[in-house]
Design a protein around this ligand. Structure first.
Ligand SMILES: [Fe+2]
Length: 355
């Protein structure tokens, strides 16, 4: 950037002296104007680094007005006052009011004036460097701010997309579970709705046990799918109205394992396959398929066992008649500690809304 040093003076001696100092010692461009108007015209079209005002030739107020104008054009212009016979007090007044950086005496001590100009030019260059760095930082901050906004908008938009996809997946998943349970129950009108009723009873027990929402959701799905393995049992056995033979009983007892094999490969968030596998285990270890006992059986398995038996007693079955709620409850309480976990039975018996 070409540095312009502008002198405002109409004193030929002053102009030639300063021009000589500048041209001999600095690479800056020396310009002079004989009036403030002429000086302002130049400043408005050229970036001057220093404006030197010969104060001896103008009254103080005119000088002050001019220097304020200069500052308004570009705040970084260094303002220097050249004085001859002025009183010290007048000079201080001018320096303060016009924010003058340096005062130079017309004594024409060349070394001193040269040093002052070196110092003033260094100060100007430092100011410009600071301004350039500030502008760069401001520009980079603006870019970062805009990038941050774009990033935030992208995150919000992607989150909404994921949320919608997740909802669609959840709906699709629920529909699939419904389809699977219907596929089992559609074969037998008498047990239709069994998984829904078991799931509802399990929810009553789960809530009485103060389960959190996530655990309730897992228990609900496990209950809905606990008999899915019956898909693999033939109609002749599954729908047989008479009592089953020992061989047929062995076949129907395979349904927890079949259900486990169907559900285990599905990446559920919960251990649904384990609950399907264990819902016919007994608390005393005499259940099937693995003869697990006590807390070896998962909590969901122990809960489904109670709800499953309750529905089996209180609903139509091919080989038994429908019995009352009180009978079912008595039967379950009677088997507490044998077939069922006593704590689950106690909770189940204490549910006020129990049908
Ligand atoms: Fe079952």
């Amino acid at each position: 950037m070409q540095r312009h040093i502008l002198l405002v003076s109409n004193d030929s001696q002053t102009i030639s002296s300063l021009e000589w100092i500048i041209s001999e010692n600095f690479s800056s461009n020396f310009i002079y104007a004989s009036s403030f108007e002429e000086a302002l015209t130049f400043i408005s079209t050229h970036k001057c680094c220093i404006v030197v005002v010969d104060n001896d030739l103008y009254n103080d107020q005119t000088c002050l007005d001019f220097l304020h104008e200069v500052k308004n054009v570009w705040e970084h212009i260094i303002r220097v006052l050249l004085i001859g016979d002025k009183k010290q007090d007048d000079v201080f007044n001018m320096v303060n009011r016009a924010q003058i950086y340096r005062v130079i005496s017309k004594s024409w001590d060349l070394d001193k004036i040269e040093n002052i100009f070196h110092e003033v030019i260094e100060y100007f260059d430092a100011q410009i460097s600071v301004e350039e760095i500030s502008n760069k930082v401001f520009s980079q901050n603006k870019e970062l701010y805009e990038m941050n906004n774009i990033l935030e908008e992208t995150i919000v938009s992607k989150t909404e997309e994921l949320y919608k996809m997740n909802n669609q997946l959840a709906l699709s998943f629920i529909a699939t579970v419904q389809a699977l349970t219907h596929a089992v129950e559609a074969r037998d009108v008498l047990t239709c709705g069994h998984s829904d009723r078991v799931a509802k009873t399990c929810m009553d027990i789960g809530m009485a046990l103060n389960m959190d929402a996530d655990e309730l959701e897992g228990l609900y799905l496990s209950a809905k799918l606990h008999d899915i393995g019956k898909i693999g049992i033939s109609d002749t056995i599954l729908l047989k109205p008479e009592k089953l033979t020992p061989e047929e009983i062995q076949i129907i007892r395979q349904h927890p394992i079949i259900g486990y094999k169907i559900l285990a490969p599905i990446p559920f968030e919960w251990n649904v396959s384990q609950a399907a596998l264990q819902h016919h285990e007994r608390y005393d270890g005499k259940g099937y398929p693995h003869g697990l006992q006590g807390n070896e059986i998962s909590l969901w398995g122990r809960i489904i066992a109670v709800a499953d038996t309750y529905d089996a007693i209180t609903w139509y079955r091919p080989y038994s008649k429908i019995l009352s709620h009180n009978y079912a409850l008595e039967e379950i309480v009677r088997n507490s500690g044998k077939q069922f976990d006593p704590e689950i039975v106690e909770v189940f018996a204490g549910i006020p809304s129990n049908p």
